[in-house]
Design a protein around this ligand. Sequence first.
Ligand SMILES: Cc1cc2nc3c(=O)[nH]c(=O)nc-3n(C[C@H](O)[C@H](O)[C@H](O)COP(=O)(O)OP(=O)(O)OC[C@H]3O[C@@H](n4cnc5c(N)ncnc54)[C@H](O)[C@@H]3O)c2cc1C
Length: 745
Amino acid sequence: MNAIAAEPPAPALTTLPADDVRQVMWRFADRYELHLLIQAARGVARGPVARLVAAGGRNSHEWTPEKNSLLQHYDDSGITAAFLDPEQGGFIAGPKNMALALIAFELAWVDAGAATGSLAGNLGLAPIHERGTPEQRAKYVAGAAPLKPGETRRQVRAAFALTEPIPFVGVETGMLAGKVRVAEWNDGIEPRLQVEKRGRFITNMGFANVVTAAVDSDDPRLKGSCMVILEEGDPGVWDRGTPTKKLVHQLSSTNDPIFNLTVPASRIVGGYTVQDGVIIPNYSHSEIIEAVFRRTRVTVGLMTSAKLLSAVEPVILYQRRRFRGGEGAPGSPRYELGIQQKEDALHRLVDVWATGEASASLGFAAARLFDELDPLEKEKDRIMAEKNLTGRAAYKELSKKQADALELVKIKSLPVGEQDLQRSDELEADPLVKFALLDSLANVFCPACKLWNTGHGANMMREAVSLMGGYGVTEECPGFLGQKWMDAQLEATYEGPEAVQRLQLSLTMTSDLFLAQFTQWILEMRRLAAERSGTGACTLASAMRLWLWTIHHVQTTTDADGARLYHKSRQGVTFPLADALCWLLAARQFVLDVVELETKGEAIPALAEGLFGTVSFFNDLGHVQCARAAGEVGRICAEIVHGYNRHPAWDESSCHACFCAEELTMLEGLIPGIDGSARAYSDVTEAGEEHPFKAGPCVRFAGLEDFVHLRAKLDGCLTGCRLAKDRAAEALTKVMIREALDYPV
Ligand SMILES: Cc1cc2nc3c(=O)[nH]c(=O)nc-3n(C[C@H](O)[C@H](O)[C@H](O)COP(=O)(O)OP(=O)(O)OC[C@H]3O[C@@H](n4cnc5c(N)ncnc54)[C@H](O)[C@@H]3O)c2cc1C
């Protein structure tokens, strides 16, 4: 047997990762305006927000003066204005996805209801921001800017009203009960509209003075659906409704409002044209909500990441102090380590931390992606408008660009010497090709981070709560972990619950363009694994390969009854494969972020001292996460690949291997004289020859040999992952933490 040398001890993690580490990992080290914004948002989160939670502010459903006072803090700290362009009173030029993601992360570190309260104002304005006319933007988006000294205007506080009382809009956003009719339309004068809308669970409704509402036409003189801007003070009914009796996010306001208002047609978001006496809105409500949610869902995903990462310090504090007192004296393991003497408690915290890292990495990658995509999307719209392309013609042009983008990915996948550089330069210079590339990724990253960060994140918050014992489910729990657990479930629900994200992924993750890039990533992970062993990249590459094989398989195969496997209505196939992809994307992004920290961190003097310790700890954490992701992917893929085949009849003997002589011998070794009558076949035929099935492979695997091989390889790639977990666990016993959290409990 070959002796394997023990690894030299890795440099240790000295402190919990600070801002300078995060700035490098999440790629905003050179954006000083974001550093300042984080400090400002953190001041609000760990100051007034934390004090309000600690004082029991979450114990009422009403919108109280104390909760209302948070709005002023959001205004004063720059949180409100961060959504606005400089000409609207903001201070960040260009895309703001990353900025808003960081604010949400900071606020949710303490309380996600506060984060939601601040973001829901942006959500209310988002339809106007994304698709509004210049006049609408100037009035409403700029109107949300905090008042300057001496200003007396009414500051816009917005809400977004899509969801309706049951049985209308929820997951199914097309079932609109809200109606719009032409109330008055005289020659030469702008039409006036009658808007009837009832909302369910509308955030900010306790105080909002502007609402963007989704409605459908109930009038032949108005075509289709649209979103309409409603203002408090419009003639008619503006009833805020009763507060929702929420168990979660109580620092935000949620009501079921009723509106019946008359408004000018200029309130249709994005404007309208009149054709043959019919008002035609420029955008349907679904076009608008698609543009809005694909950005805002990323920030929601990051709220749950913040919760998981915020749990690390309180849990370590609790664990270490748990056994102080009694016989233990300072300096003894019992006194110093407390529950951290127990391996399971450490391993579970490693899992919580690894999930938090992977989900934050995925969420911030998605936010950066949208920052890159936003200007390209505007350029795409400009080019389309210039060429006068709309509807089908625009779709055809974009499909052409997707084919070009695919060609570019294929060229880039060739060895450098074989690449057609002239063609690749030409394709790279085309903004529509770049748009197509990034768009195909954004269509996957957004639902993936909303789905995995919040859904799996909620499960892992339960783990974090369990590590605090009884305290976990009390209001006194340090870090408010019990409340955060429950809050995470709302993040998994609003702005479209998990089913919505899985549905979207099942469509977007099979695009040729996405799959081509995904294939490149497998090679990228293999290269990384060769350069950096022990990062989990090898495990991940094998899991990615297995997923890719499975995706191709289910798209070209039928089940035992001949029915298509990959089909919109077959959620038993499409949804788990969407989940599996999320595990892969999150782990990959974490691995990439650690590589970024290692390669860029050295140049940052402030990081130099503890860098190697942090990187080596993160490598172990990444390895743990990659192994966990590989396990999930292996399980899901195996269930789907094998699970839709019918088990051959026993007398076809394909299952000879299931209970063979060797197995009986092994079991008899454990329990002598065990009853072997369940054994299906003897190892010899009646003629006394060796049974033919004994030698050959199981017939169930016919056609699936590649899968079986990949699955076995994947298991082998788990080598070392538990050693990585042991090292990470040990690091948790040594890392320095503060004596107390920096916010009240
Ligand atoms: C505190 C809070 C704040 C909110 N804020 C707002 C807001 O500001 N504005 C707003 O418009 N809305 C808001 N919402 C509403 C929220 O977005 C909806 O609750 C959510 O989209 C789900 O709709 P629903 O509750 O009607 O669930 P349903 O549509 O009844 O779905 C229930 C469940 O059924 C299953 N399901 C449904 N459809 C499918 C399908 N096609 N495939 C598979 N499974 C399916 C899923 O498991 C789903 O979770 C808020 C909700 C809450 C609780």
